[in-house]
Design a protein around this ligand. Structure first.
Ligand SMILES: [Zn+2]
Length: 203
């Protein structure tokens, strides 16, 4: 919704803020006018960051986490971690929730979503091929499926565990403890720690 009271560039700014999760028209207007009041230089500095994002950010070629283009992410390149265990998450933001539990020191794999046929999200839309390649080639002993407890998350977990049935790898999922439909990114660290330590085998 545009508002003809404002110059076009302000309407564009409001529209940009409205695209953030949970931001409605009123908040977007407040944010736009807050930006207008910024000190000299700060708007240009933000513009520079935004214009460089595309070139400076890319998926980690190994796990799909956010990284510099063509470079291993901070977890994949950390040799102090146990790279024989992979924790599979739906989105990049969920990694920091699992890290906050302090319990997991293995590697990650970011699917980039979950199977959701009604939203047109199928097997080919997920970062699955590299996961299978890692399990085949990297001496992986356990894959922990830290997916949502909602129908799509569980269907995705079942699909992946079926794919790995004959691959000589232990497949587990988080213990129940996350409310149905909850996004693991918003669960507290104690809940995640309990779900991790009580994980259930899918073999
Ligand atoms: Zn990585």
């Amino acid at each position: 919704m545009t508002n003809s009271k404002y110059p076009e560039i302000i309407n564009d700014l409001i529209a940009a803020f409205k695209s953030f999760p949970g931001v409605g028209q009123r908040s977007a207007v407040r944010m736009a006018f807050a930006v207008l009041k910024w000190q000299a230089g700060k708007q240009k500095a933000l513009g520079k960051i935004l214009s460089e994002l595309d070139d400076k950010i890319g998926p980690c070629p190994k796990c799909g986490n956010i990284s510099s283009p063509e470079q291993l992410c901070n977890y994949c390149s950390d040799m102090s971690r146990n790279h024989n265990v992979i924790c599979v998450v739906e989105e990049v933001t969920q990694i920091s929730s699992i890290e906050a539990s302090g319990l997991f020191k293995g590697g990650y794999h970011v699917l980039g979503g979950k199977l959701a046929p009604l939203e047109g999200k199928g097997v080919d839309d997920l970062n699955l091929a590299t996961l299978l390649k890692r399990v085949k080639e990297d001496d992986i002993i356990e894959v922990i499926l830290a997916l949502g407890q909602d129908v799509e998350g569980q269907a995705t977990a079942i699909y992946i565990s079926d794919l790995m049935k004959n691959m000589n790898v232990k497949v587990t999922r988080l213990a129940r403890g996350l409310p149905a439909g909850s996004d693991i990114a918003y669960a507290d660290s104690a809940t995640i720690a309990a779900a991790l330590s009580g994980r259930i085998s899918l073999d």
